[in-house]
Write a protein that binds this ligand. Sequence first.
Ligand code: ZN
Length: 246
Amino acid sequence: MRYLIVSDIHSNREALEAVVDDAAGSYDRVLCCGDLVGYGADPEYAIEWTRANASQVVRGNHDKACAGLDDLEWFNPAARASALWTHQTIGAEDLQYLTSLLRGPAYEANCSMVHGSPVDEDEYVVNTADAVGIASYLETPVTLFGHTHLQGGFLVHRNGVLPFRPVGAREKSATVELDPDSLYLINPGSVGQPRDGDPRAAYALFWPEKRLVEYRRVTYDVAAAQRKIREAGLPGALADRLARGL
Ligand code: ZN
């Protein structure tokens, strides 16, 4: 079984379509680590694609906020504005789907799926110290996570924790062979709002039987996604940042 791993789609239809095109023929099932919506202008497309295609989904903090399940006091003004806009824009069936999404972890193919971390769905695992802090909570050889919008992850070995960020700015993909004596935190990166300085949409492919993870980046029509954000009346900063990948 081969998996397409996506996370942090953030209502970016152009980026999601580019990922699906790029990955075509390379996977059997889809796993989604949350944040289908928020920030972008195509929430219904992101929800309906995920609903139709993903075999497992865990909710993200923006999914909770856009569903009206969370108060917005911890959100910055742009995130808050987009959450309110999304809540008001999507239809009743899509709102019901968002509301029904489950908190992680979910499990598939001897992997755990979480949005933030196995300890707290809203926790950011950004650096080695963060990964060390949650290492004892890892339940499975591979934990898939998102939330940081940073493609890469961490190898957790008895001798320590090593971060990795595999795909260089001039590369389209990089494959990581998983060591059977280590645990892995795998972040596919963000489909719809990358923040690692690379504006290309990010995702990963995973072959559990072969112990291989392939990280990929793909260009998409950033200008179209930006135009829709502005036309929807969403904060311009949410459009601007897509060009920088920050
Ligand atoms: Zn996110």
